[in-house]
Design a protein around this ligand. Structure first.
Ligand code: CTP
Ligand code: ZN
Length: 155
């Protein structure tokens, strides 16, 4: 008998599917789900199609902002965001790392001008694998680990 973890379908809300295995907790932090009062289901390392695994987050009664979707793209570049209405998936979009990452995470360089002037942070995407983005202002390169450290801070 095939045994797999099933999590319930939702009636209305958002399903973030195909999250890189193990990254659901980072996505949950980005979305501030610790403080969210509607039902949330998080499944990690569940089987995904042919061979692989994935994480899934299902959030009742919530839609995501562009800012949130862009931050998710930096930790889970293959995720899909499904909008559910009355149990049906009415919209499905794959997240996409923007080529210019504006106003969604602080610069790791404590001396960067963005910490002292009222400007939005801006990074240029240099490489997806491995993930590297470069601050437009101070040229500091942020790696995946730097991004992981910075990304949950902005809201
Ligand atoms: N889902 C849900 N509640 C619903 C409808 C869908 O939790 N009422 C979930 C499904 O379990 C799945 C995701 O939303 O994890 C996307 O649903 P669907 O598009 O029906 O699944 P697939 O066709 O398998 O999606 P994909 O092709 O993106 O893998
Ligand atoms: Zn900088």
């Amino acid at each position: 008998m095939k045994r797999e973890l099933k999590i319930s379908a939702i009636k209305n809300g958002t399903v973030i599917d195909h999250i890189t295995p193990g990254k659901a907790f980072e996505v949950a932090r980005i979305l501030g789900l610790e403080d969210f009062s509607a039902p949330v289901s998080i499944a990690v390392n569940v089987s995904s199609g042919k061979s692989g695994t994935k994480d899934i987050i299902k959030i009742e009664n919530r839609e995501l902002s562009k800012n949130e979707v862009d931050r998710i793209s930096l930790v889970a570049p293959n995720a899909t965001v499904n909008i559910v209405k009355n149990y049906e998936v009415i919209d499905k979009k794959k997240v996409e790392i923007p080529s210019e990452i504006v106003g969604i995470l602080p610069c790791s360089n404590a001396n960067c001008v963005t910490h002292f002037e009222p400007v939005k942070t801006k990074f240029l995407l240099e490489s997806i694998t491995p993930l590297r983005i470069r601050c437009f202002y101070c040229e500091r390169v942020l790696t995946e680990d730097d991004i992981k450290r910075e990304i949950a801070r902005e809201d």
